[in-house]
Ligand binder design. Structure first.
Ligand code: 9MR
Length: 590
């Protein structure tokens, strides 16, 4: 008789901390399977029987769960054996997440614009000259892709610096905001972690936290995107018109142009006039760099993060903190004056990050400003917002309310204690809903969605952040176990047996969509450095040519391939690596 095919056994390919929950998944039908945990030398450590979950829509498989949490003896090269099949090797060890946390943070140095990435810090393979070293950009003027005429502006701004967003070289204020917030929130939680010298950065030796140094690089850029006082601009300044028939819902048309007082607003982005080809290392970008029109959302991203800056640099660099506070308050006033200036998706050359609902950005900015200043205006804006009492969900670049609620729940601020307690309960309630979702999918992760969105790995990790905060608030072990489950998934406990992080695990990410880390296209270019997260499975907006061939043919958790061209499944991005960093640092430190 023919040998039966090996059973896929999937687990976290880097391993587990001794005290943590330890789960593996085996795809193997409906009769409970016996498993054996063995040492590197083949000696049996423990055996047991898997629990049948049954058919599962997310993975499209019949799965069984193996729980070996009781095994706490440190060791390297453990494996699970089920019906003759062997899992990848893994470790049980204290500190298993520490290198991942550092590398996930180092990603941001690699993404820096305007400065050389130095060989002495990253090694020769990843070194490169500065990209866009003197970026003095004018405003887009003329017709966009849909024929809408934009007037441009009478100035150029020096917007050198900041992080490239992703595999492309756009620098977006919407998205820069949530990524920076996430790093700063990690700093606020544990200011002594990632002290000076813990990372390899050009700022080493300045006696400032390396995490704060990296965050400042983006903050300084966001500040440069703010428009000077007294500048008037012609922008679409009303509710967006609905999309034309047959167009996707986000393809709204801008409403009529009006002249506004744009002082204090932030430009949506600075980016290439046309999409550059793959690969294009940043220093070789031949395209003109342009500022795109200011938007209310970008302005509120600036207000929120600059308010956070004003709080966190107080005492460390008072002058910088003061500059941030001025910028934050100017941005807030500008957004209040111009509450309906929406981004459009109608420019080529860069992503849109267009968001037709900025009520959550208003709430987030008000929350940060309230935590920083205690002023009545911000308290009223917070308490009057529908987001103040709403259920929390995982944040994302277009839905930032949760960021504001986290800040208000975890800082001393001017809200009454009963309200702060209620927000804390809302974090725990969200975590409880995510925990319940573990029962709703075979791989047992705290995430259920009928379709997996673009960047699904970040949706999961942003849930893990809330679960971590619920653990901080309650000390209940179940929340840490769910954070571990989320990280397990990202590091291999998934139907593809794939580690979505470069440099980590037996089958790591190797070919992300990136214009410099593109060794599959040009052997002279490097692959990704360690600690970079792929966006992950996308079953709902499969828009690149690779994804198009897979449409309708994959279960949500399998709609992914490690292909440099697959930008809707396999790109990297600052707002995705930020929660990878946050969660890895949390797991390491708690
Ligand atoms: O993360 C963004 C995702 O939510 C959107 O669906 C997608 C399409 O608009 O764009 C993603 O963001 C991309 C951005 O527009 C340009 N830089 C790369 C980002 C990650 O793919």
């Amino acid at each position: 008789a023919a040998m039966p095919p090996p059973l896929p056994i999937h687990l976290n390919q880097i391993g587990f901390e001794p005290g943590d929950a330890k789960t593996a998944i085996v795809e193997g039908g409906s009769a409970p399977l016996e498993w054996v945990l063995v040492h590197a030398n083949g000696r049996e450590v423990k055996r047991g029987r898997a629990k049948v979950y049954g058919p599962d829509a997310a993975s499209g498989a019949e799965v069984q769960r193996i729980d070996f949490s009781e095994v706490r003896t440190p060791g390297e090269g453990y494996r699970l054996v089920v019906a003759g099949s062997r899992s990848d090797p893994f470790a049980i060890r204290e500190g298993v997440y520490a290198p991942l946390a550092r590398d996930a943070l180092a990603f941001f140095y690699h993404q820096r614009a305007g400065v050389p990435i130095e060989a002495r810090l990253v090694g020769a393979a990843w070194a490169r000259p500065a990209g866009h070293p003197r970026e003095v950009a004018k405003c887009f003027a003329g017709r966009d892709e849909r024929g809408i005429e934009w007037p441009g502006c009478g100035y150029a701004l020096d917007v050198t610096g900041g992080w490239y967003d992703a595999g492309d070289h756009g620098k977006y204020v919407v998205n820069g905001g949530i990524a920076l917030w996430t790093l700063l929130n990690a700093y606020a939680r544990r200011p002594l972690a990632f002290a000076d010298g813990s990372l390899k950065l050009p700022e080493a030796g300045n006696r400032v936290s390396d995490l704060l140094d990296e965050a400042r690089f983006e903050m300084a850029f966001l500040l440069k995107m703010q428009i000077a006082d007294g500048v008037r601009a012609r922008v679409p300044a009303g509710p967006p018109r609905p999309a034309k028939a047959g167009k996707p819902a986000w393809e709204t048309e801008p409403s009529d142009f009006a002249e506004i007082d744009a002082g204090g607003m932030a430009h949506q982005k600075v980016a290439d006039r046309n999409w550059t080809k793959l690969p294009t290392p940043p220093q070789d970008d031949p395209e003109e760099r342009l500022l795109y029109p200011p938007t209310t959302a970008a302005t509120l991203n600036l207000a929120a993060t600059a308010a956070q800056c004003a709080r966190l640099w107080r005492g460390a660099d008072d002058a910088f903190a003061a500059r941030c506070l001025v910028a934050a308050e100017r941005a807030w006033q500008a957004a209040k004056r111009n509450p309906q200036v929406y981004a459009t998706n109608s420019f080529t050359g860069s992503g849109g990050y267009a968001d037709g609902d900025v009520s959550d950005e208003f709430y987030w900015a008000a929350a940060e400003l309230l935590a920083t200043t205690g002023a009545a205006e911000f308290r009223d804006a917070v308490t009057g917002s529908p987001h103040f009492r709403a259920e929390l969900r995982e944040p994302g670049w277009p839905s930032t309310a949760t960021l504001g609620s986290i800040t208000l729940a975890t800082t001393r601020n001017a809200l009454p204690k009963t309200e702060i307690d209620r927000l804390r309960e809302a974090i725990v309630a969200a975590a409880d809903r995510f925990l319940a979702d573990e029962k709703g999918n075979g791989y047992g992760i705290p995430y259920v969605a009928s379709g997996y969105p673009w960047g699904s790995n970040s949706s999961l990790l942003n849930r893990a952040m809330l679960l971590g905060l619920a653990y901080d608030l309650t000390g209940a072990a179940k929340y840490r176990a769910a954070v571990v489950a989320a990280m397990d998934y990202v590091l291999g406990r998934n139907p593809l047996g794939q580690s979505y992080v470069s440099g980590y695990g037996t089958r790591p990410l190797r070919n992300p969509h990136h214009r410099f880390w593109a060794h599959s296209l040009d052997p002279r270019l490097p692959g990704p450095p360690p600690g970079v997260l792929s966006g992950g499975p996308n079953s709902t907006s499969m828009s690149d040519d690779v994804a198009k061939t897979m449409r309708g043919k994959c279960a949500p958790q399998r709609c992914w391939v490690d292909d440099v061209h697959a930008y809707s499944m396999n790109e990297v991005a600052i707002n995705w690596n930020a929660p990878l960093f946050w969660v890895a640092a949390w797991l390491d430190g708690d």
